[in-house]
Ligand binder design. Structure first.
Ligand SMILES: [Zn+2]
Ligand SMILES: [Zn+2]
Ligand SMILES: [Zn+2]
Length: 257
């Protein structure tokens, strides 16, 4: 069936512009150079699945006029991917008495439960809470008529998840993609890859490294994300081969799920 992917945020953990920086990209007047923290929304069949809740989730949801959410999938628990969790409140209130399911790897679910103890504390009486429930990912997820397959990625010293849904895959935050995961990424229409910058980084992919992955997997279209202020949008895109582009906040893509 038809699905739409919206890039809510295309930036690295500190966002672009970066606080206190006056480099050319941080001062750019091109709206494509304004990058909030990394997240995408996938809509199909009247449903909406969010990947990660960034510290910019409120701003992203207002910008994209998000009216509903049916599930959240977490890639991992770094602050740039989870700290917007409390801003799920208004969207979860609409689901009452049901709770919004938050899907995560077991250790990520445990981390979220500890980090946001107040949300999961049955005795908490000090204010409104997001109506959410943690669910463990232990294989492909069947959600509203579509399948979301977790794809194991290496992010520095840790394992995290990317996700493949139909003909699209979203692989944020990785320094390496294991061979077993690469075999699950054949025949893609859309491939999102981490491409922080040109300079090597211990926990993230670079433009050159992600171009090598594109060359190997040959998706129809590839988009880079988790981008820092080293990469000006227009100039970087002009340097990329056909079929590969930097993503940007607000970008929308149709695909088959
Ligand atoms: Zn990140
Ligand atoms: Zn800068
Ligand atoms: Zn991370």
């Amino acid at each position: 069936m038809k699905a739409t992917l919206t890039v809510l945020g295309s930036g690295t953990s500190m966002g672009v512009p970066t606080i206190g920086c006056d480099c050319a990209v941080c001062r750019s007047s091109d709206p494509h150079d304004r990058r909030t923290r990394p997240s995408v929304l996938i809509e199909y069949n009247g449903r909406a699945v969010l990947i990660d809740t960034t510290p910019d989730f409120r701003e992203q949801a207002i910008r994209e006029k998000i009216q509903r959410l049916d599930a959240v999938l977490y890639t991992h628990t770094h602050a740039d991917h989870i700290l917007g969790i409390d801003d799920l409140r208004p969207l979860t209130y609409r689901l009452r008495p049901n709770k919004l399911p938050l899907y995560a790897r077991p250790e990520a679910a445990e981390f979220i439960r500890n980090m946001f103890r107040y949300i999961f504390d049955a005795d908490y009486k000090f204010g409104g809470l997001p109506q959410v429930e943690l669910k463990l990912i232990d294989g492909p997820l069947a959600l509203f008529g579509a399948s979301f397959e977790p794809i194991t990625l290496i992010h520095g010293e840790t394992e995290i998840y990317g996700f493949r849904a139909g003909s699209a895959a979203y692989l944020t935050d990785h320094s390496e993609i294991p061979e077993a995961s690469l075999t699950k990424l054949q025949g893609l229409d859309i491939l999102f890859l981490d491409a922080l910058r040109h300079k090597p980084h211990p926990t993230h992919s670079t433009v050159d490294n992600s171009l090598r992955i594109v060359e190997r997997l040959k998706p129809k279209r590839a988009f880079f994300t988790h981008i820092c202020h080293d990469l000006p949008h227009a100039a970087t895109n002009a340097s990329l081969p056909p079929g590969v582009q930097l993503s940007y906040d607000g970008m929308k893509l149709d695909f088959e799920i």
